[in-house]
Ligand binder design. Sequence first.
Ligand SMILES: Cc1ncc(COP(=O)(O)O)c(C=O)c1O
Length: 410
Amino acid sequence: MDSFAANRPMIVANAEGHHLIDTDGRRYLDAVSSLWVTTLGHRVPELDDAIVQQLAKGAHSTMLGNGNQVVIELSEALAKVVPVDRPHFLYASDGASAVEQALKMAFQYWANVGEPAHSKFLAFRGAYHGDTIGALSVGDDGFGADIFNALRFDVLRAPAFDDPECFDRAIALVEQHAHQLAAVIIEPSVQAAAGMQLCDLDGLRRFGAACKANGVLLICDEIATGFGRTGELFASTTCGLEPDLLCLGKGLTGGYLPMSVTAASDRIFQAFIGPDLGTTTFYHGHSYGGNALAAAVALRHLELIEAWDVLANVRERSLEFEQLLHDRIDANPAVKEIRLRGLMGGIELAPPIPGLRWGRKVAAAATDRGVFLRPIGDTVILMPPLTLTSEEVHEIVHALSAAIDEVASD
Ligand SMILES: Cc1ncc(COP(=O)(O)O)c(C=O)c1O
């Protein structure tokens, strides 16, 4: 909070399409999709309407041992598209909660099938899975996680995606520790909070196959990559991964309402079948899990992604970004590396000495130019809405390029 005012925070009064409007009436292109959640834009009439219509039917009813029509409809729609075998869904509100559910399900799965020795998790360096204690445990150190070391449980660690040996080492760990692993957890394709680190897709494919061959459960955390960000509806599909547990959040509702979900394969689900309140029962649930308003907007959102051919737009805009970033920014000595997959981008800056806070300064300078950006350390994140236009691609790169020049020449 010490530097809150110095970071020149934007106080949003309204949002419209791809723009945020602050209390002084200034407009900003929301090039981080309001922390990676907005997909089709703000105040999309079809999405607004889905919520209004559901409001007339009831905003929420408990899913604890009961159901709600629109949540069932959403589950049926998701079942057709998620890369999970005969999926079953448990809803929560935030990404971290979806991860906690997945970790607990994987752990209890082995207890339920009578093999409790499978109690360890394998995770990757550079990973981020959320801020609750279980999610922090499988996430990497740094960014304040270490403070909670006494509370974080021990995990096996494969190298981060920027290590070319990453998947060879991860496969060796899977083979060596299969007998004690509850599951492995991975952000498929892109480690987002690590500054958009891209993985070798062939390595990931081999890693998925190794998990399968060794009977190790695979948890894919697609909270950031899901719903089209990489140019596929789900990044797991790109590498033929078929997770036992899939975590979704963020873009699930198009960025409208907090909803997340853990999809479990039928293999997992069947292990929990047993007497009421028995030893195989999954004693877990969140008050707002399966919120009806969120489900209504999520369902409409899924329909619109297909109807508007949003994935085609992601791929086209991604190619434009690639070209433009290459032409305008790549050769700038203030830039160390450009990483882009679909509409998930990271521009890693190259400050001459550490501690200059270039990331923050470049993001602020771009925001001054009407393009709202946020950094992670010295990597400026590009995560625009999926319905971005060609003109907006130019606008973002133009503002970013000018912002980098301004900060580097200071
Ligand atoms: C891959 C991944 N997993 C989990 C989370 C946590 O989601 P939430 O902030 O909704 O708890 C994030 C958030 O950035 C994420 O990128």
